[in-house]
Design a protein around this ligand. Sequence first.
Ligand SMILES: [Fe+2]
Length: 312
Amino acid sequence: MSFQNPAQSPQLETSSLGSEPKADALEGRDRHVILHVSDLHFGPPFAPHVGEELLKVAEILDPSLVVVSGDLTQRATRSQFEEAKAFLDRLPAVPRIVVPGNHDVPLYRVLERLRTPHKLYREIISDDLNPVLRVPGATLVGLDSTNPRQAISNGRLRKRQMDACAEIFRTAPPEDVRIVVTHHHLAQAPDALNDRTLRGANMAMKRFIEMGVEIVLGGHLHRAFIGSSLDFFFGSHRDRGVTVVQSGTSTSRRGRGRERERNSFNLIEVSRDQLVVTHFLLFEADGHFGPISRHVFPRHGRRLPPPAAVSC
Ligand SMILES: [Fe+2]
């Protein structure tokens, strides 16, 4: 591998973009490195050689947390879930949060989809569709955004989920970074493909901002998008948005748009003052994942330090 492991580096190297500051290096509980993968799609679209590359790079990056934002399978069969489970168990053995995607409910087994849509997911992956992960310095809430009884592909978040989420964050330590994980996207990617966001996305984002959420992690689009909620919805908090981190499909042949037939994942470094999101792409030339862009956001209430060449 040709890139340095930022998780083990005392300071991030200045980005090749030229104007990013060096990351503050915090010790221990205030710093997290999150490996964010999505849309594994075990079944015919799964690319085994890409899966092996992902496992290799995941070990090198040495994350402190792993997030899997849905679509573990293509058709929600027992064998596909079992293969996905075996793969998850080979990822770094750190605290992990997983949510289901719309492909994790049986599309064509209609009775099962209507009566017990998450039966196999619950049995094989996790019984908890809205998992909560509390680790020192971070509280993560996973929200099941699937809507198997009313929609095949589009998602939704229910009021009771949002209320439960608000209560979890209300009681979390104030210094914790607050992170939400859903499968469906709350923001459209800024390309021309126009995938509809889940119903009530702007209202959900407004509530997340009020809850002090700093990052929303998702998938579903099969291409990466990293930005701020303020880019598309500024609501009543123009100085405090949510960092939106979408992952492409990490291991399948279902990439779309700029990531058609390509694979990607994200690495999110959370420190006291800033969030650094690095987008990794599988490069065809050598068959390895490598960083393709890096995005730096200030933590709530903080500012980024000026570029090294500027004195303010
Ligand atoms: Fe997907």
